[in-house]
Design a protein around this ligand. Structure first.
Ligand SMILES: C[C@](O)(CO)[C@H](O)COP(=O)(O)OP(=O)(O)OC[C@H]1O[C@@H](n2ccc(N)nc2=O)[C@H](O)[C@@H]1O
Ligand SMILES: Nc1ncnc2c1ncn2[C@@H]1O[C@H](COP(=O)(O)OP(=O)(O)OP(=O)(O)O)[C@@H](O)[C@H]1O
Length: 283
């Protein structure tokens, strides 16, 4: 018998590189990016209710209940599957919003997979990923749960297996609007498509970095400080900045130095999302 209550992880992602190839007619940008997960994220608890009501009990500052990606994901899945059950939801939120580590998209994907399980819908990952894409460009990779080279607006995914270092992630205390960065006239949108697989070394740049660093001094400062110890990169459109280390001890050492003045955390990179590891353990 399937349980009626479930707690699932909702991990963060990093963009290990991000190239912008062009702009489509609908304003969205064609990208090439590599996603990898972090063993670090939110925790969402779901409890089935039989009256069809969908209710998120945790309040988010600045995000009305019905705009929350968790609620939007649940409502879309309920409508498209014709399910008559409802759900109570609580979240322990630790991922910064507007940090480029995909918190909202990950929460949406965890909700889709969690409800598919609890409501016993039997949807496959393809169908959940298609629904996920209507909620955000990054939702499909969280639905699939494997590190990926992504193309299109981020929805054409090829699984990849990059190294899994320990990362120090710095969290500048600013929220960056993805839409604002993508509409900046100074953004370069003409990177040549990478045609060789796996992606050759030397392609780790993020085309959003110059625009974000220019607009946000706190992000620039984090890049400069972390850059003294390792290659410092921007994830997505920021604000988070990260660098890889061969061991937890080394990441912790730099973290101790930098988090005197900056906020940050240390987490292991992972090519299989902890959400999928947990779901696998339930089967
Ligand atoms: C840049 C990335 O963080 C890379 O992982 C993501 O592609 C952004 O994904 P996301 O936050 O889920 O973005 P969405 O909510 O789909 O889009 C937010 C806004 O960013 C812009 N946007 C986003 C993705 C994309 N490929 N091209 C865009 O131009 C659009 O103006 C859109 O209105
Ligand atoms: N469950 C949710 N968690 C976080 N943000 C949410 C959620 N639901 C809606 N939002 C809205 O989405 C915005 C973007 O949040 P998110 O945490 O996904 O940003 P991000 O890390 O920059 O994402 P990305 O890397 O996909 O650009 C938030 O500022 C918030 O207004």
């Amino acid at each position: 018998m399937t349980a009626s209550r479930l707690t699932l992880p909702s991990p963060a992602k990093l963009n290990l590189m991000l190239h912008i190839l062009g702009r489509r007619e609908d304003g969205y940008h064609e990208l090439q990016t590599i996603f990898q997960f972090l063993d670090y994220g939110d925790e969402i608890t779901f409890a089935v209710r039989d009256d069809g009501v969908i209710r998120l009990h945790t309040e988010f500052e600045g995000v009305p209940h019905d705009s929350n990606l968790i609620v939007r994901a649940a409502k879309k899945l309920q409508a498209q599957s014709g399910c008559s059950l409802g759900i109570d939801i609580w979240i322990e939120k630790i991922l910064p919003m507007g940090g480029g580590i995909g918190g909202g998209s990950s929460n949406a994907a965890t909700t889709l997979l969690g409800l598919n399980h609890l409501w016993q819908l039997g949807w496959d990952e393809d169908r959940l990923a298609v629904l996920g894409l209507t909620l955000g460009a990054d939702v499909p990779v969280f639905v699939r749960g494997h590190a990926a080279f992504a193309e299109g607006v981020g929805e054409k995914l090829t699984p990849v297996d990059p190294e899994e270092p320990w990362y120090l992630v710095l969290v500048p205390q600013v929220s960056v609007s993805t839409a604002e960065i993508f509409s900046d006239p100074l953004l370069t949108r003409n990177s040549s498509p990478i045609k060789v697989r796996p992606v050759p070394k030397g392609n780790s740049r993020n085309d959003c970095l110059p625009v974000v660093a220019r607009r946000y001094p706190d992000v620039r400062n984090a890049l400069n400080l972390l850059g003294k110890f390792t290659e410092a990169k921007l994830t997505g459109t920021g604000s988070c900045v990260f660098g890889g280390f061969p061991s937890k001890a080394e990441a912790d050492k730099v973290s101790a130095l930098l988090t005197e003045t900056l906020t940050g955390f240390v987490a292991k990179g992972s090519n299989v999302s902890m959400l999928h590891r947990k779901l696998q353990s339930l089967l």
